[in-house]
Write a protein of this length. Sequence first.
Length: 320
Amino acid sequence: MPSLPPLLGARRAPTDQSGDTAPDDSGDFDAALDDAELRTARAAFTQGRRQAARSLLRHTGDDWDRRGHRLTVLAREPYAVARARDWLHAEPGSADAATLYALAQVRRALRGKEDPDRAREACATAAALAPADPTPWLGLLRLARTLGPEREVLGTFAELRRRHPEHHHAHHLVLARMAERPAGGRAAEDHEVYDLAERAAAEAPADSPLAVLPVVAYAERHRVLAPADPADSRHWSGPRARRILGACFDWWLEWEHDEHPRRHIDLNHLAFALSCAGRPAEAAALFRRIGRHATRAPWSYAHRDPREAFRTARARALGH
């Protein structure tokens, strides 16, 4: 993907953070999604037993999207920093332990409970232990997406893509940040985040879930623009939006990958977009695939209660 032009003097939009599934504090949103092995390992890890997590990560190998997903979820646990530190003391050279520790520090830094520089140092240490692994760079990208200047976001993204060009989570984080750029006098459907998303989708293999990125970009601009009622927004009714929605839904019908660890995030974005666009029949097929694996983002966008937004859209689409 070519480098984006620099944004000089732009201010960040004061909107909800995105690019991640949000914390599952409500009990209705589980960041593990449908990964049963991860849920088992997480339960043991929460109790202070790391062997299941150790085995899980060893068997994950270099499936980088899955590794990033699993480590990010494990790092969300309340005592993840302490558990990972103990693991590092027991196995000082463990890249798994170091990466988990780094991502847990990143999470604390993003919640204002840790110095971001300490989290960056932990990510750098993990990256040195596993130079081919993009996951420590994912931690750095999460920090940059929220706390860093744009040049840091793009530089970190470039390093991550050198290790895994199709990294799903990384692309979502970058789109979330780029969506916050001011429109700069462009027409609504000409915002550069749409160009970025379509270019990334076009450059990915035909069966890559990055094909859904144009819908993600529209959802992120929806978040920034924050209409009072998504169903009343003209955001989803323009010719480019209609073309993107049709193309991404058609891609899902032909190429859906049941094994991708973050596929429910794509399904939720598609269902959200189709619901906002007033296409309930297509949304219904997606809600059936989502089942109980709702994600807080994008249903929380426009400052809505995500549980109510999801349930209302699902009921409308399914006719009950």
